[in-house]
Ligand binder design. Structure first.
Ligand code: ADE
Length: 246
């Protein structure tokens, strides 16, 4: 069954671009995913269709009111009839990663709520939302671009879209950074492609690539190494890298 993703926002037009190109478009065209951009104002009441209000207790800015968000989510859940995972995009959420994308790609229905302003009424966070997600330790003007990031990471994992073997390899490589890649020409402006890649020796190439991944991860993202599945030989290689650094 196709994965349904509803994105609830006060700026639906912000999300027309990201879903009309490339791999996401292919997933949509092939019916593997369905994306609905839901205008939160459609669920707002009154002449001004107000979605926000001042915070109780005082303070800066405006807060999303609970009623439109509750009513939107209830409506969307009823429409799909499937168990939905409700996610709020917010800088105070759990840091998004590949494992979370994999988990979300298994769902039938995702509802992504894009926060704005100074925040969202806490009753939405505690009673309506299953998970708060942040895409990084910086503050965006709202959750729309974060929702696009999450949706793209999830959609490329939807079964039937990409080569399953490549995805499996990606998840096996898991917590290591990618090794360097080259294509023709073999020498460009005096910069040569590493000899080994031209050797045709597949075992040695695989070994070299793995070492490059380890080295890169060690240099740029040592925090990832604690989750990596390493052979004793690779552990030793890392130990040597650490010693060389001293
Ligand atoms: N909204 C504002 N900043 C955000 C972030 N870093 N991640 C998710 N949603 C956000």
């Amino acid at each position: 069954m196709a994965l349904r993703i509803d994105i609830v926002t006060i700026f639906p037009a912000m999300l027309h671009g990201p879903f009309s190109e490339s791999i996401i478009k292919r997933a949509l065209d092939r019916g593997l995913v369905q994306i609905n951009l839901v205008d939160l104002r459609d669920y707002a009441r009154g002449k001004h269709r107000q979605v926000d209000d001042a915070p109780y207790g005082g303070g800066r800015g405006m807060i999303f009111k609970p009623e439109p968000l509750f009513e939107a989510v209830e409506d969307l859940k009823k429409e799909s009839g499937a168990a939905a995972q409700v996610v709020l995009l917010t800088p105070r959420g759990r840091l998004f990663n590949q494992a979370m994308a994999c988990q979300m790609a298994q769902q039938e229905h995702l509802i992504l709520l894009c926060g704005r302003y100074e925040g969202v009424d806490e009753r939405v966070c505690t009673q309506l939302v299953d998970e708060e997600i942040s895409i990084g330790d910086y503050v965006l003007a709202g959750g729309e671009l974060a929702a696009a990031v999450v949706a793209e990471a999830v959609i490329r994992l939807v079964p039937g879209l990409l080569d399953e073997e490549a995805l499996a390899e990606e998840s096996f490589a898991g917590s290591l950074l990618e090794y360097p890649q080259y294509t023709r020409p073999p020498v460009y402006r005096g910069m040569a492609v590493p000899e080994i890649l031209l050797s045709g020796n597949h075992a040695e190439i695989a070994h070299w690539r793995r070492r490059q991944s380890l080295r890169r991860t060690f240099e740029k993202r040592p925090d990832l190494l604690k989750d990596a599945k390493l052979t004793p030989e690779e552990e030793l290689f890392l130990k040597q890298l650490a010693e060389d650094q001293q």
